[in-house]
Design a protein around this ligand. Structure first.
Ligand SMILES: Cc1cc2nc3c(=O)[nH]c(=O)nc-3n(C[C@H](O)[C@H](O)[C@H](O)COP(=O)(O)OP(=O)(O)OC[C@H]3O[C@@H](n4cnc5c(N)ncnc54)[C@H](O)[C@@H]3O)c2cc1C
Length: 509
């Protein structure tokens, strides 16, 4: 993409102005989903002058992060600071807590909609049932139902953004679950510990949610087994950096942090090659990157370590092979339990697409790697005028917003912001032929920093990282409004200053 961006965007806008402005005044865009991705897309579309309609099947915005409809476990995400959990041009009030609660986050989304006047563009309680392409006109027809009319309606749009969420469906392991006679639940539907009072509970899975569920269950359950076949690398929610507790996003989402961290916490992308072990951090959770057959997974909790030490939670690394009546059968032992909570991940779902489109994007709901066959997780050469937002792994705020901005720019200025179909096809076929190497460690931040930088560069909003201020600043979304299209440098500088002030305070909140 970079090769296109030799001149500042406004030069292109001047060159393309006639086409661009006639397009943007009349062109329509449909956005499926009013979660964080859909909201970011709606705002970007509006600022580009498009006529926006957001379809949201729930009666409220916020998607997974809605405290009423979302995943209860999203409380676990409250380890991220407000500087990361924000849109780039809409700072939290200065007095907001460093780690906002789920309800505060939801109110923040509401204020965002109010501030950018998005409410009139969002159709709540409206389920999209079909999205199909007219190959001739390259326009998309969206079919949808509103509960009030119960009638199927159709509307044709010039562009479509799919922001329906990458974690919409509960994923279960390959076991015959019906053989189990006890209670079965998935982290997606977990309501809290009170349902498990005095029960022997098995948690199956090794990700974020497994540790969060284990940490909430111990107070009510009679016994908790955590079946985790992967090694776990446990990080506290805040790390001591220079004797100061710092939220993990402000530690890990750095451009250049190698020299400022203890060696065992060095992250950025180098961690994948440096193979640093973390025994020093948590010696009792044995971690051997060389012998582990499954990747080590980084999980985040302040209390899980104590629960293991005090035997309130028992880790079982023996793989679960089958279920029978009230028993979990592993390779070397069996366990009698009353209930199982599967913390085995989530999948996306596209019930509104035809088999033909699903085949194009290589949608395979049972795939372990769960990658959609899309250019940069967003575009497909045979699906013109359509973009996906929020389907990249580790889609935190910065990523989804940059994707949303890219999607809109690709619609209004495709010659600049979208490679030609042939290039897209080649990139996709090259990626298909690549052998995907298994990471030895799965961290919550994965390649977040490099992806942010790539996306920002793709739309010409990457800031000057040599600026001494930015060298020390975490990659918070605000830094991507310093320059480029729709920049708001004054607001961005103010947010950056606030973030640096926090980091320089002797003790954080
Ligand atoms: C400001 C901000 C703060 C963030 N904070 C966090 C955080 O604290 N922790 C974290 O992990 N991530 C955070 N993120 C990242 C974000 O949560 C993830 O990207 C999120 O998990 C996925 O959001 P999404 O909008 O892609 O999907 P979802 O949240 O799943 O939203 C998808 C929406 O689409 C709707 N939908 C689906 N299908 C249809 C259909 N057929 N018809 C109509 N509607 C449909 C759903 O009802 C849902 O509301 C943040 C992002 C932003 C921008």
């Amino acid at each position: 993409m970079l090769k296109f961006i030799k001149f500042p965007l406004f030069i292109y806008l001047l060159i393309f102005a006639p086409t661009c402005f006639s397009l943007t005044q009349t062109n329509t865009v449909a956005i499926v989903g009013a979660g964080p991705s859909g909201l970011a897309a709606a705002k970007s579309a509006k600022e580009a002058g498009l006529d926006v309609t957001v379809f949201e099947k729930n009666k409220d915005i916020g998607g997974l992060l809605n405290p009423n409809f979302g995943i209860r476990l999203n409380n676990l995400n409250s380890n991220l600071s407000k500087f990361t959990r924000s849109f780039s041009d809409f700072p939290w009030p200065k007095e907001a807590p460093l780690i906002p609660s789920p309800i505060q986050l939801h109110n923040y989304f509401r204020s965002y909609c109010d501030h950018f006047n998005l409410n009139t563009n969002i159709l709540l309680n409206t389920l999209v049932t079909d999205i199909s392409l007219d190959e001739l006109s390259k326009k998309w027809t969206v079919s949808y139902v509103t509960p009030s009319s119960k009638k199927l309606k159709k509307q044709t749009f010039d562009f479509v953004i799919i922001a329906s969420g990458s974690n919409s469906v509960a994923k279960y392991p390959n076991l015959t679950i019906s053989d189990f006679e006890g209670e079965v639940c998935h982290a997606k539907f977990y309501e809290g510990a009170s349902d498990y009072k005095d029960k022997i509970v098995a948690i199956v899975g090794s990700g974020f949610s497994s540790v969060e569920v284990a940490s909430s269950l111990y107070s009510e359950a009679k016994k908790v087994y955590h079946f985790a076949k992967n090694n776990l690398w446990l990080s506290p929610k805040a790390l001591s950096i220079s004797n100061k507790k710092t939220p993990i996003d402000l530690v890990f989402f750095r451009n250049c942090i190698k020299n400022s961290l203890p060696k065992e916490l060095i992250c950025s992308d180098e961690i994948h090659t440096s193979r640093i072990t973390h025994q020093d951090v948590l010696p009792f959770l044995h971690l051997d990157l060389n012998t582990a057959s499954n990747p080590t997974i980084m999980v985040i909790s302040d209390i899980y370590a104590n629960l293991i030490n005090s035997k309130q939670v028992t880790i079982v690394t023996d793989p679960v092979r089958s279920l029978y009546k009230n028993t979990i059968i592993c390779d070397h032992s069996t366990y009698h339990v009353d209930a199982i909570i599967f913390c085995t991940g989530f999948l996306s779902n596209f019930p509104f697409f035809s088999q033909d489109i699903l085949k194009k994007i290589n949608f395979n709901p049972t795939s372990d790697t769960h990658t959609l066959h899309l250019y940069e997780s967003m575009f497909h050469p045979n699906l013109p005028n359509l973009a996906f937002v929020g389907f990249e792994k580790n889609s935190y705020s910065g990523i989804v917003e940059l994707q949303a901005r890219w999607a809109i720019l690709s619609f209004i200025l495709p010659d600049i912001f979208l490679p030609k179909a042939e290039t897209l096809k080649k990139a996709l076929s090259d990626s298909k032929n690549q052998i995907v190497s298994k990471d030895s460690i799965k961290t919550f931040y994965a390649n977040y920093v490099s992806r942010l930088k790539f996306l920002a560069k793709s739309i010409g909003v990457d800031p000057d990282f040599d600026d001494p201020k930015l060298k020390n600043c975490p990659l918070i979304p605000a830094i991507f409004r310093l320059k480029g299209s729709y920049a708001t440098p004054e607001i961005a500088k103010e947010t950056i200053n606030q973030c640096l002030e926090y980091l320089n305070k002797p003790q954080l909140d």
